[in-house]
Ligand binder design. Sequence first.
Ligand code: SF4
Length: 358
Amino acid sequence: MSRGLYIHVPFCVRKCRYCDFFSVTDTSLAESYVRSVIKNISALKESFSTVYFGGGTPSLLSAEQISSILSAAEIESGAEVSMEVNPGTAGESYFREIKAAGVNRISFGIQSFNDKELAALGRIHKASEAVSAVLSASKAGFENISGDIMLAVPFQTEKSLRETLEKAVSLPLTHISAYLLKVEEGTPLAEDEELLKKLPSEDETADMYLETVDLLGQHGFEHYEISNFSKSGFECRHNLKYWHCEEYRGIGVSAHGFAEGERYRCGDTIESFINSPLQRNIPAGRGGDPEERAMLALRLTKEGIPVTMFPNLEKRSEQLIKSGLARLENGFLKLTPKGCLVSNQIIIYCTEQDGGGR
Ligand code: SF4
């Protein structure tokens, strides 16, 4: 099975208030960074069935830069080539150009269709810009378009979330990722006491999540992973590799990879990434043991894990099923939407050893 390729683009117009991803707002090194990405990809003597440009804001790169990166990679025919796009950075001609370069899936960081919520998050775009970005991508010929929506953001109510979701399903999106906002330590949001008071409560957040699953389901978006929904056949193939514990290469500062059974992360700074002959990969342990496989596969709400995977799982799952947190289908244990809300605890409960051996 061929690997996926993840490329991290660590440049943003401005830092969003909740963001703890690695990115900088000084783009002066972007061209040298791209050259280094190309150098690193050229050193990989293998072909890829999925490519994913993540960030940061990959859409800050020109179409020529995207094209030159893709030309350096051996990409299989029929591969999925995704690119994250900030709706405040791209128009129809850009979409046509990146499509010609080989990108065939766009993932928009929409987050909300409510301007007050977008401003609280520190996003650079307005709701109307997100609408026109999605329509422009569609007009440029993209058929595989995803949008990220954030739940439990400051000022959000069940009503405003419903409005956001209804707007999302009215657009030509084939995939929606709905993430719960996490207040990460050290971010401006975490230090803004006034804004923190505007966050929905835990109960409201749970209701928002359940309503999201419900509403998207009614509009033909299948809930295939805790935070991911797609029209039939439009699951993100690259991200499925992560959840299926398949291998992938990661290129660029802060990227992670998994190859030859070993996980690694790129330990460079932007400067050292540019100046080193090849990126410095720091080993991050063996990957792919049964516990890790189960932890990842349990996130897949349509697939789940075989109930025979661990000796006591069948017995343990009885209580989960009784409580409506999981269901058993053809011998596979799968989380219900209610179970997704406490997925971390369930995953630990299902995969921990209890002294019985295996
Ligand atoms: S655009 Fe994305 S990566 Fe950049 S600061 Fe905002 S959330 Fe972070």
